[in-house]
Structures are given as C-alpha cells and as structure tokens.
Write a protein that binds this ligand. Structure first.
Ligand code: PMV
Length: 337
C-alpha cells in the first residue's frame, strides 16, 4: 500500500448513556444510547501501511503510545487488516486537540478517526454503517462519532445490528455544550471496567427497564427541539448511570464500595446548575465516566452561562471547552507516499 490517509473525528457526549454490555468482547451494549458530537474537540489520525516494517508504530500526541493503548490500536489494525486482506504493518500518528482522559471520551474520537483512516489507507471504502460497526469494536461509544450531529446507537443483538445512525444533522438545533474540565488526571477505573461491573449493581436492571421510555422521550425532545423536556430527562439519565456505577461491586478492591467518578467540584457544579436555573438560566448537566461536568444550554444562553461560570471557576480550579454539534468523521487528507 502506498497511501497515507489522515482522518478526523469529534468526541461525542451521551445524552442517554451506554453503560454495560451484552457482549464485552465486541461491545454489544445492553441498551441503546443517544449522543451529540462535540464540535469543539477533534482527534486527527493518520495511517499508512508499509511493507518491510516489523511492527506497528503508534504515536499519540507525539509520544510512543503506552502499552495498553498500543495493544488496543494494534488489535484494531488487525481487524482492518483482516477486512482488507493485507498484512503490512502500519505507522499511526494520532493527535488530540483536547486533554486525553479529561472526561471528554478521547477513545471515541480516537477509534472513529482510526477506523476511517486505517480502512481508507488499506484500500477499503466502507459505508457509514460498516464503519460504525468497526469503530464500535475499538471502543463502544466510538461508533457514535462516525455519523454527524445528533446520533443514536441502536443496541442491536449481534455484530451486524449494533451500530449508530444520525437522528438529526448538526444544524438541527443551536445548542452549546460547555465542558468544565475539573481535572486532567486519568480516572482510576476505566469505562471498560465500569461496563463489565455494571450488572453487579442492584439498580442495573431497574435502569435498563426505564431506558426504552427515556430513549423515546429524549429522541422526541431532540426532534421537537423541546428544551424543557430534554434537559431534565438528560440529567436524571446521567445520575441513574452514576447510581449504577456507585453501587457496582468491585470484588478485587474491597476497600471500594462502588465506582465514584464524582469529586467535590462535580457536586459544586450540579448545585450551581440548580441555582442558575432558579434564576432563569436554563442550563442542564450531564456527566460521563469522570469527574468533569458537561453543561448544556441553548445557543443564545451561552454568553450568560460563560459569565456565570467565570465567577465560579477560580474557586474550583477548572477550565472549560465550548462545543456546538459537530459533524461525523471525515477524511482530511490523502497522499501517495
Ligand atoms: O466507549 P466507552 O467504553 O468509553 O464508554 C463510554 C461510557 C460513557 O461515556 C460513560 C457513556 C457514553 O455513552 O458515552
């Protein structure tokens, strides 16, 4: 192969969370989920398959990938090599313009960009659905960074039926997501482990039972641009995911009674959101597998939200990143080498 392909993808923020798998090996989730791509953050990844190279070379943010990340990337390249029938090793260079492990799921944009760059570099042109299926195997939520805008991951029952598709394009709704980065250190318990342990929570089944209704409410509120229905549903849904995490059993770490992603700053922001709403600023929160808080508001309220945050942040020591709904994964460059 003599092609170097550079692809880009945005991370995505789940409005209805993915938490727990039916099949951990290929990330068939226990439930469908809904997300929006975060246009304010991008992963850029280039891939070239080269003959006569002994092993895959992987750099992330200009450093050799640490062993665990390296292993995940190589396993993903193996999937692409298998699909394309090639055996060459690859050179992969990936760059995030946002802090890795910041609570913005960098693995989603990483595996979406890698799937697109690697398949094209291997001479394949996959349809969106097949690309989403491939990205899902790298990191579940990565399948949602392939389509653009507002996206639903259909849980499916097997490899072919579990993929993400667009609900509405980015321009459908002028929303802003303000991601407050309270800490940049990697979380102690990965989301993969969280998915594996979810079923040990006594509230896991209750959450799954409630999800079909939550999904219907969030999907319809998005389509109708119904902010006052969407916001509270998204908040309660995030908290229900964290209730499952907090009550999961970690048999090998008996000193932990559950997975706590929240830190004091997380709770301070939840309380601030409630106080802002009481004063008429219609902002809602959601939280992924980390301490950071994503604040959702309508476009016209963004300046007021940033003003309110500026008062709060010096005390919390945080920084923030603003996103509007982003496009799906795309090819940024392609060159013969
Ligand atoms: O794709 P993963 O394994 O990083 O899981 C993502 C889990 C959450 O971010 C907490 C929820 C979600 O749906 O993105």
């Amino acid at each position: 192969m003599d092609l170097k392909v550079t692809a880009r993808a945005h991370p995505n923020l789940a409005l209805v969370k993915y938490w727990g798998n039916l099949d951990d090996a290929i990330n068939i989730p226990a439930n469908a989920s809904i997300s929006v791509n975060l246009g304010g953050a991008t992963t850029t990844t280039s891939v070239a398959f080269l003959p006569h190279q002994e092993r895959d070379l992987v750099t992330i943010d200009r450093r050799a990938a640490p062993p665990e990340a390296y292993g995940r990337v190589v396993r993903h390249l193996d999937r692409v090599r298998h699909l394309a029938g090639v055996s060459d090793r690859a050179v992969v260079e990936s760059h995030n313009d946002f802090p890795a492990a910041s609570g913005i799921a960098s693995s989603a944009s990483a595996f979406a960009a890698l799937s697109l760059a690697a398949t094209r570099a291997a001479g394949l042109e996959l349809a969106e659905r097949q690309l989403s299926i491939l990205a899902r195997k790298g990191s579940g939520s990565a399948c949602r960074s392939i389509p653009g805008g507002f996206v639903e991951w259909l849980a499916g029952a097997d490899d072919e039926t579990s993929y993400a598709r667009q609900i509405a394009p980015p321009a459908h709704w002028d929303l802003s997501v303000v991601t407050v980065i309270l800490g940049e250190e990697a979380k102690e318990i990965s989301s993969s482990e969280g998915h594996r342990l979810a079923r040990t929570s006594p509230f896991y089944q209750a959450r799954l039972d409630a999800l079909p209704r939550t999904l219907a409410v969030v999907r319809q509120a998005l389509l109708d641009r119904d902010w006052r229905t969407l916001g509270p549903a998204v908040e309660r849904e995030a908290v229900s995911m964290h209730v499952v995490a907090m009550t999961s059993r970690l048999a090998d770490r008996p000193w932990l009674s559950g997975i706590y992603y929240w830190q004091p700053g997380t709770l301070a922001l939840i309380q601030a959101v409630q106080a802002w709403r009481r004063r008429g600023l219609e902002v809602y929160f959601t939280i992924d597998a980390g301490q950071n808080v994503h604040l959702l508001c309508r476009g016209p309220d963004q300046a007021r939200l940033e003003g309110a945050l500026t008062h709060l942040l010096p005390g919390l020591g945080g920084r923030y990143l603003v996103s509007t709904p982003g496009r799906g994964a795309w090819v940024a460059a392609q060159e013969r080498i």
